[in-house]
Design a protein around this ligand. Structure first.
Ligand code: PEP
Ligand code: MG
Length: 316
């Protein structure tokens, strides 16, 4: 049955009535590209560039080394799109040369875009390397910043991209509740949003993503998280811009249908999940996904939300 589902699962992501939802891959570097291509990913929705910085946590990799790695990923999707996230250091991804070692709450400290704005040379090198890597390639490059809190952050990132001469769309990750609440204001500075549901859940529920004891609160079916997704997707729709999901939430086939119903415009996940998400999404109409999304949001717990969406989609 599993094999049959996978065999039937080819082509672009879409609901049964043809509403397109590009299915993209999360990759950590060139080594993840073959699996993404094999799964039929329509591109990359989250290229976590941290891998490049892990070899030596005392300094940033050279521009040449970065150009080479970025180009390998960009080349693999000639007609597709590749969304590169600039370095997300700090908290669960510390780097000696960037991350302050004395923060009482590293997840609430200088991490993600915040650390890049404190080290503009590191951001500049990364953006320049991306500009060079994409030269002459037909790929559709998008670049986004992690941990954008407000419009000031979004503008600082967009300014840095423009200063580096980057020919790409600039976007903001929505991982902090303030960004979801004021998504329209952030969209005055950038062209797209991408929801990082792992961190968005962590910050919405004050539940450390690395602490198993609070994992109940990290469940992406939490109705409050769905509300934040909905706010972001609605804001993007109102601004005529896109809003994808690149957190773990997108890899759950049923939740992928709910996210689609909430108005999310693309889903990015580990390559292994793509065939399952594609097969499940292809079973339901957009209207069914919307009804499932409303039912899930009306629930009072993650478990009830999942059951409510399941009931709608199975026609109970
Ligand atoms: C997220 O926070 O959901 C996300 C996609 O980024 P990361 O897991 O790398 O923090
Ligand atoms: Mg994150």
């Amino acid at each position: 049955e599993r094999k049959a589902a996978l065999a039937a699962s080819t082509g672009p992501g879409a609901t049964s009535d043809g509403h397109k939802v590009p299915l993209l891959a999360n990759v950590g570097g060139p080594a993840d590209v073959p699996a993404a291509v094999a799964a039929g990913a329509e591109g990359v929705g989250l290229f976590r560039t941290e891998f490049l910085f892990l070899d030596d946590s005392t300094k940033a990799p050279s521009e040449e080394k970065q150009v080479e790695a970025y180009r390998k990923v960009l080349e693999a999707f000639p007609e597709g799109r590749v969304v590169v996230r600039v370095l997300d250091a700090g908290a669960d991804k510390p780097l000696d040369f960037l991350t302050p070692g004395d923060e009482p709450n590293p997840a609430l400290g200088v991490r993600g875009l915040r650390s890049l704005l404190e080290h503009p040379d590191v951001l500049r090198t990364q953006l320049t390397a991306l500009a060079k890597a994409v030269e002459g390639l037909p790929v559709y490059l998008e670049v986004m910043a992690p941990m954008v809190a407000d419009r000031i952050d979004a503008k600082a990132f967009a300014d840095a991209c423009r200063e580096a001469g980057l020919q790409a769309k600039f976007g903001a990750m929505v991982e902090i509740p303030s960004a979801a609440l004021r998504a329209r204001s952030i969209l005055q500075e950038v062209e797209f949003l991408s929801l990082g549901t792992n961190d968005l859940a962590q910050y919405a529920f004050a539940a450390d993503r690395q602490v198993g004891a609070v994992s109940r609160l990290q469940d992406p079916w939490q109705p409050a998280l769905l509300d934040l997704v909905s706010l972001s997707a609605e804001a993007a729709r109102a601004e005529g811009k896109s809003c994808g999901v690149c957190g773990e939430a997108a890899s759950d086939p049923l939740l992928a249908c709910v996210l689609t119903g909430l108005g999310v415009t693309s889903l990015s996940m580990g390559a292994a999940s793509i065939p399952y998400v594609r097969a499940t999404l292809g079973k339901y109409t957009l209207a069914q996904c919307e009804r499932a999304a409303s039912a899930a949001r009306a629930a009072d717990s993650a478990e009830e939300a999942r059951k409510a969406a399941q009931a709608v989609l199975s026609g109970e």
